[in-house]
Ligand binder design. Structure first.
Ligand code: XIL
Length: 348
């Protein structure tokens, strides 16, 4: 009897259900905030930091219900030499996620950046022809998706395939395989893991009209052909020196109306340094609005930030003179943006 009672008391609490109404208490951290709103809140993960920095690791696992490998699942990371796969980093992320009840976004199967040199140089010098290139892509997608079958909730199947002017990006994929490579990539990924949600992902899609219209028509075309595409990823790399993309929720809705799940996949809000209290306040407002926009669209199920601490963010390395783009400072202390997110109440 006492044993039975002890067992009952020790049983884990039932999973929280999405809460459609404003919640009475402010959340204490992002994990609780995600539960209150019935969405997933994720972050990109820096594998070296996960391995070497206990405070980073603890914070990551406490706050987040979803993770994306910042670099570890990109082609140059997993197949640096032809036919030689290096899964250690990707596996470490997947294993850490499993232990901490985090779902995973796989990023990314096809991109024009961070390709291994053997591939780009082979295409350039003609030793890899179009037929072989198509086979290499099929093999890559199949191998990677199959390896993590059942473990990755959603894949960014194609990344950044549209240019700013709305034309298809002049990547090696378009140049050598023609526009049909996009449908092929989705079909191959689906065959390798029929349960994974398959996304098309891009930046500036929050506001850039030509990009938005082309991406919508790509999605419509794919759907009309019966190609398995399930989601649209808005990277969401914002900066406070630009206006907040005020129409973002409407854009999300246009994709949702095509039957897609919506995700913010790489949110960060950079600023021109130095940091000032005013800039941090503006940044907080951008983060708050991004979450609010996601919550205002039923189909928006995930908001992922591209790093959660200014200690590890791609911004200073990529945007000269800019930085401080994340929710926590270098010492993992919450910035105004973090507090602003916790204060956001239920779905409208
Ligand atoms: C970035 C990483 O954060 C950097 O560490 C890396 O050097 C370059 O790539 N859009 C994407 C991401 O889809 O994969 C990019 O990540 C940021 C822009």
């Amino acid at each position: 009897m006492i044993l039975a009672l002890a067992l009952v008391l020790a049983a884990p609490a039932p999973p929280a259900h999405p809460h459609p109404h404003p919640h009475p208490h402010p959340a204490k951290d992002l994990r609780q905030l995600a539960q209150q709103h019935g969405i997933k809140i994720g972050t990109a993960v820096d594998i070296a930091a996960l391995r070497d920095e206990p405070d980073y690791r603890q914070r990551l696992n406490r706050e987040f219900t979803h993770v994306t490998a910042e670099n570890a699942m990109k082609w140059e990371s997993v197949e640096p030499e032809r036919g030689v796969y290096t899964w250690d980093d990707a596996d470490a992320l997947v294993e850490n996620a499993r232990r901490n009840h985090q779902q995973i976004r796989g990023h990314t199967l096809l991109w024009h950046n961070q390709l291994p040199a053997w591939l780009t140089s082979g295409v350039e010098d003609g030793t890899i022809d179009a037929t072989e290139l198509r086979e290499i892509l099929r093999e890559h997608i199949t191998t990677q998706v199959r390896r993590y079958k059942g473990k990755i909730r959603a894949w960014d199947v194609v990344n950044e395939v549209v240019e700013e002017d709305g034309s298809l990006r002049q990547s090696i994929w378009l140049q050598h395989l023609g526009p049909g490579y996009i449908a092929d990539a989705f079909r191959w990924a689906h065959r390798a893991d029929p349960h994974a949600k398959l996304f098309i992902n891009d930046y500036n899609l929050e506001w850039n009209a030509p990009k938005i219209e082309t991406t919508l028509s790509i999605v419509k075309d794919l759907k009309a052909q019966g190609v398995p595409i399930h989601g649209i990823g808005f990277q969401g790399h914002l900066g406070i020196q630009y206006d907040y993309p005020a129409d973002w929720a409407n854009v999300m809705r246009r994709f949702a109306d095509l039957g897609l799940e919506v995700a913010i996949t790489e949110l960060d809000v950079r600023m021109v340094l130095p940091v000032t209290p005013e800039k941090l306040a503006t940044q907080a407002e951008y983060y708050r609005r991004a979450l609010t926009d996601c919550l205002s669209v039923r189909a928006c199920r995930e908001m992922t930030v591209w790093g959660f601490t200014d200690r590890h963010s791609w911004v200073p390395g990529w945007f000269e003179g800019e930085g401080a783009a994340t929710l926590l400072d270098e010492n993992l202390a919450p910035k105004p943006a973090y507090k602003a997110l916790l204060a956001v109440r239920g779905r409208k």
